[in-house]
Design a protein around this ligand. Sequence first.
Ligand SMILES: Cc1cc2nc3c(=O)[nH]c(=O)nc-3n(C[C@H](O)[C@H](O)[C@H](O)COP(=O)(O)OP(=O)(O)OC[C@H]3O[C@@H](n4cnc5c(N)ncnc54)[C@H](O)[C@@H]3O)c2cc1C
Ligand SMILES: NC(=O)c1ccc[n+]([C@@H]2O[C@H](COP(=O)([O-])OP(=O)(O)OC[C@H]3O[C@@H](n4cnc5c(N)ncnc54)[C@H](O)[C@@H]3O)[C@@H](O)[C@H]2O)c1
Length: 449
Amino acid sequence: MSDFDYDLFVIGAGSGGVRAARISASHGARVAVAEEHRVGGTCVIRGCVPKKMLVYGSMFAEELGHAGNYGWTIEGARFDWPTLRDFVNRDVDRLEGLYGKTLESHGVEVFAERATIAGPNTVRLASGREITAAHILIAVGAWPMMPDFPGVEHCITSNEMFHLDQQPGRLMVVGGGYIAMEFAGIFNALGSEVSVVNRTDRILRSYDAQVVERALHIMMGRGITFHMNRLVQSVTRDEEAGCLLVDLGDTDPIPVDQVLIAAGRVPNSSGLGLENAGVELTDNGAIKVDAHSRTTCPTIYAVGDVTDRVQLTPVAIREGHAFADSVFGGNPRTVGYANIPSAVFTQPPLAGVGLTEEQARQTYGSVKVYSSDFRPMKNIFSPHAERGLYKMIVEETSEKILGIHMIGPEAPEILQVAAIALTAGLTKQAFDDTVALHPSMAEELVLLK
Ligand SMILES: Cc1cc2nc3c(=O)[nH]c(=O)nc-3n(C[C@H](O)[C@H](O)[C@H](O)COP(=O)(O)OP(=O)(O)OC[C@H]3O[C@@H](n4cnc5c(N)ncnc54)[C@H](O)[C@@H]3O)c2cc1C
Ligand SMILES: NC(=O)c1ccc[n+]([C@@H]2O[C@H](COP(=O)([O-])OP(=O)(O)OC[C@H]3O[C@@H](n4cnc5c(N)ncnc54)[C@H](O)[C@@H]3O)[C@@H](O)[C@H]2O)c1
């Protein structure tokens, strides 16, 4: 029995922290967790899960819009934001309960308050109580970055989007990344007038340029307005008109009802008392870690968004699991960051794994690109004549697959399975040898030319 109160104290009960706590406990460690907000963290409470549910809710608009072509008459269809919002938030409550139960059933003690580092083996709770642990894991996530312009206090972040009293009639989204595009898609589908302000002429920078070009074309076709190469100069509240006025510098101020800032998320590392244990930060405020997620203090580890390696839930979970296996399971291991699949849940969604065409050309000089540009059967009945695009980038001689990128209905579902091909190091031939499943959209992947 050690002299410490616990073998492990986890700060933050989000994706990384909950997994690390549960697995460490199952390896026999005595574990406690502090959570200052709600168990589940960003993904469950105000990220992936409620976001995806809003996407599902908003997709009814399109289905209902072309249901008539399939012979359905739907009378009196109308959308009510509070109903969707409350439904989603009830499910978030349910999931929060399940996460809490999982921790409880593994014997993990939960402190529902903020914790900071008081020393290499000591945390201090907001109540003032100090607790000691042989190891401390920092899993406090990231927080929305707010740009510095006059009136930014009138703007909201993705955190507030899940609790809006009313659906904004006019929504302006600032940023061109995942969060910006997903919320633009949701509220466009729900009938809001949506505009996007992006500081460059490129959105979704980490995705394949040709796929992104298609996404942009489709989003504009669906009525989203893009103000490219612009920065918000100021936001003022027009009390009389009951709206916000956004100044982009070169036009008359644009009246909107809400401004969503989606300009990236910064590691949640400030005010954590890291200096009390010699835990160092990188230049952008991320906690410095080695391949085993160990910080510059040997007893303190960090996983997930606070380390700013890849800000995705499955990555935080893997890092938390590898930490627990390494420190308490007698199985030291690291996380592989190659070929992480990801998706943007726009409408239609896009998804990708491996190198984009530009990255592959930069790395290999010359590569082969196979593609399929097709009209999904589902869209034949739709008012949108939108086309899907699938791309496979392969090494020139061996035809080993370097990347797969796609836009079209259900792209994330299809890409998750296709990503296995990169992990397994397959070549294009393996796809050619696979019989098509007809009629499906996924069959385009084994018919690429
Ligand atoms: C709108 C949105 C949509 C997203 N969609 C996706 C998606 O579709 N797919 C995907 O893979 N990823 C998505 N993400 C990213 C994903 O949510 C994060 O990568 C993931 O949650 C990171 O997990 P984490 O454990 O590092 O931190 P978090 O899940 O953020 O957990 C950190 C926890 O620590 C708590 N905390 C912070 N400081 C303290 C303290 N001092 N004391 C006690 N508790 C503290 C916080 O309250 C929080 O609960 C999305 C994010 C957002 C914002
Ligand atoms: N589907 C998913 O997997 C998903 C969904 C949402 C979020 N996430 C994760 O959360 C992270 C954060 O999402 P995000 O969309 O906030 O970040 P992001 O990094 O994807 O995009 C940030 C955007 O903000 C712009 N920007 C930066 N500074 C700005 C400024 N001062 N003014 C105006 N624009 C500015 C950038 O050019 C970029 O377009 C993502 O990196 C991602 O890993 C994932």
